[in-house]
Design a protein around this ligand. Structure first.
Ligand code: PFF
Length: 443
């Protein structure tokens, strides 16, 4: 295909998988999934999450992979390629969402880097809550945001196979091993038992309320990096022999598995150290305040465990941020025919700037997150499902290139046509006003 000429490619299918799983596994896995699970019904929530993966996340993931690989371009050009000029606007929404998420995600990533380095060199602060207050906003936060952003841009600038792929192949297997080892360690701590119970004890009451449904679907979207063209962009560097349904399955399963195992680290650890009271603290607070408290109490073992834990967070954040940046870089290169270096510089400069309010004001960070996840990702996913299900001609044809005719293909288009839009519209009905309120509160 002409569109493919001269385009970079992944060095191997394994490299693509590591990069895509790297995009998926991030801050959303290491704490948010297990926190939502514990809050919303334990194993019952896990069941609902898996259901959402099959009904909503999986079909949209596969749609992104098929469109990206078929068009071999970034989101704006890819949607234009299949749907005509009008649909380029959706591509533009994707790129804007990627850009917005990249800018505040890098701020949180900066905190994780600082915590990781502190764990190695100075140990955890004896006053974790106060310390988090100092770290999370202000000029310090800005500086760490810029450092993290610069490192990520450097990787993106090195290109698909020698930058993103090489990094992912090295760090992702390390992340798997570390998270599993930490879960085993947590299991050996006396008193960890009730942690498992708190995390997973099933409670089906309220499972199908709008709130819980939207938490499950929202988490599936955010965690799989869907609704903003990250997977689409990564798939645009694939060749047509790759088996998309199988690769999609591996990505979704690995993402879920890491999130699940991370919960087996966090809760047993907190319960073993009698910190269960603090668990209901705000999402981020628990990650950056309660866990460091636990590491502090564990003494020297805590330094090691804490370093590994924050190291895993840094890796997760890094491989996610580079995918967010790549969406923008790929689109700038496509649309303005810039070379990679120029596109990376523009993207990085602008994202660093947009991240500044998030670094200086945590309410701004929260509002950006609400708008990105509740409005842009969900809306993007909804529009993409409608596009693939109703507008694109014979999307199955792209999907079966390189794969067998799986039975699942029979349900893929009907899910995109009827199920995904209904579920997402139902959820957005409740979540969009909430996001708008967070924005209004800023002014
Ligand atoms: N999937 C990432 C996480 O779970 O932390 C976040 C993310 C990365 C969202 C990349 C969207 C994206 F394009």
């Amino acid at each position: 295909m002409a569109a493919n000429r001269g385009r970079e490619h992944w060095g191997s299918g394994f490299g693509f998988l590591m990069a895509a799983i790297g995009s998926a596994v991030g801050l959303g896995n290491m704490w948010r999934f297990s926190y939502l699970t514990a809050e919303n019904g334990g194993a019952a929530f896990v069941f609902l999450y898996i259901l959402m993966l099959f009904l909503v996340g999986g079909p949209v993931l596969i749609a992104e992979l098929a469109i990206g690989r078929g068009a071999a371009r970034g989101p704006i050009q890819a949607l234009g390629f299949y749907g005509g000029r009008r649909w380029k606007i959706l591509g533009l929404v994707f790129v804007s969402a990627g850009f917005l998420i990249a800018s505040y995600y890098s701020v949180i990533a900066g905190w994780t880097l600082r915590y990781g380095l502190e764990a190695i060199f100075v140990g955890f602060d004896p006053k974790p809550a106060q310390h988090f207050g100092e770290v999370s906003t202000g000029l310090d936060a800005l500086a760490w945001h810029l450092v993290f952003m610069a490192g990520s841009l450097w990787i993106v600038n090195n290109g698909i196979s020698s930058g993103i792929e090489r990094t992912s192949i090295i760090v992702m297997p390390m992340l798997f091993v570390v998270v599993c080892a930490l879960a085993l360690y947590a299991a050996t701590l006396p008193g960890s038992g009730p942690g498992y119970q708190y995390y997973l004890e099933p409670d089906f009451s309220g499972l199908f309320s709008r709130k819980v449904l939207s938490e499950a679907a929202g988490q599936a979207f955010f965690s799989l990096s869907l609704g903003m063209g990250a997977m689409l962009t990564y798939a645009s560097y694939l060749d047509r022999t790759s088996n998309l349904p199988v690769q999609g399955g591996i990505i979704a399963f690995s993402d879920f598995a890491i999130a699940f195992v991370a919960g087996l680290v966090v809760f047993p650890l907190l319960f073993a150290l009698n910190l269960s009271e603090d668990v209901t603290a705000s999402t981020l607070g628990a990650l950056f305040i309660t866990l460091p408290k636990a590491f502090l109490e564990l003494g020297i073992a805590g330094r090691i465990v804490g370093t590994l834990f924050f190291g895993a967070l840094v890796v997760g954040a890094l491989t996610s941020l580079i995918s967010l940046l790549e969406v923008v870089v790929a689109s700038l290169s496509d649309v303005f025919t810039l070379d990679r270096r120029q596109a990376t510089l523009w993207t990085g400069g602008a994202a660093a700037l947009l991240g500044t309010p998030a670094a200086l004001n945590i309410a701004a960070l929260d509002a950006m997150d609400q708008v990105a996840t509740n409005v842009l990702l969900m809306g993007g996913g909804l529009a993409l499902a409608i596009f693939t299900g109703w507008v694109m001609k014979e999307p199955e044809l792209e999907l079966i290139a390189g794969s067998k005719r799986y039975r699942i293909l029979k349900v893929w288009v009907p899910l995109l046509r009827y199920v995904v839009p209904v579920i997402l519209a139902f959820i957005m009905w409740g979540s969009v006003p909430k996001a708008l309120k967070a924005v209004a509160a800023l002014f």
